[in-house]
Write a protein that binds this ligand. Sequence first.
Ligand SMILES: C[S@@+](CC[C@H](N)C(=O)[O-])C[C@H]1O[C@@H](n2cnc3c(N)ncnc32)[C@H](O)[C@@H]1O
Length: 192
Amino acid sequence: MKVRESGMPDETYWNTFFNPGCILERFDCAGSSRGLVEFGCGYGLFTLPAARLVQGQVFALDIDPEMVATTEKKARDHGLTNIVVERRDFIKDGCGRPDASVDYAMLFNILHVEDPVGLLREVFRVLAPGGKAGVIHWRSDIETPRGPSLDIRPHPEQCRSWGQQAGLSFIRSEALACCSYHFGLLLERPIS
Ligand SMILES: C[S@@+](CC[C@H](N)C(=O)[O-])C[C@H]1O[C@@H](n2cnc3c(N)ncnc32)[C@H](O)[C@@H]1O
């Protein structure tokens, strides 16, 4: 089931809102060596820079065939062999990776999902102890040119609480001066 209000606008327009390198740098992605799962890769805006930063594989998932084809083509064109793009409904079928098998999860612009705790439980399942989850989303405290309806847009405190309900610890919030329409936070599957 496609997450509500998760359709993408034109790619060039979407790209104007983000500085992917800056975000990934602040979110500890570079430490990933056992694999990274991206829940909803869209046009691959974050997939490619993540693949350049990490030592392991990037499992980029999306339900939309156009997003899958676009991200696959970009990975091929840039010779990035550590990207595995899969058309998959991670709400219905999970992310498809074994328990505790990766050390990073990207949840970028997706936590307005109908059941955020359910999705975060899947993140908890797939992360190895000590693995991290980066969350970014559109802010509600300022006007933004895009983003899901305000009544379903998550607040940072909600993301933190949902993460904790799913067993993830809160590490820190990140003010994203480089992407001022967004907030960010980092969660972790505790080591014990
Ligand atoms: C708002 S976009 C964000 C894309 C990317 N994370 C970014 O920030 O550039 C959300 C993406 O999630 C995908 N998506 C929505 N529901 C999904 C599902 N159930 N399983 C897999 N992908 C899904 C959509 O097709 C869309 O590409």
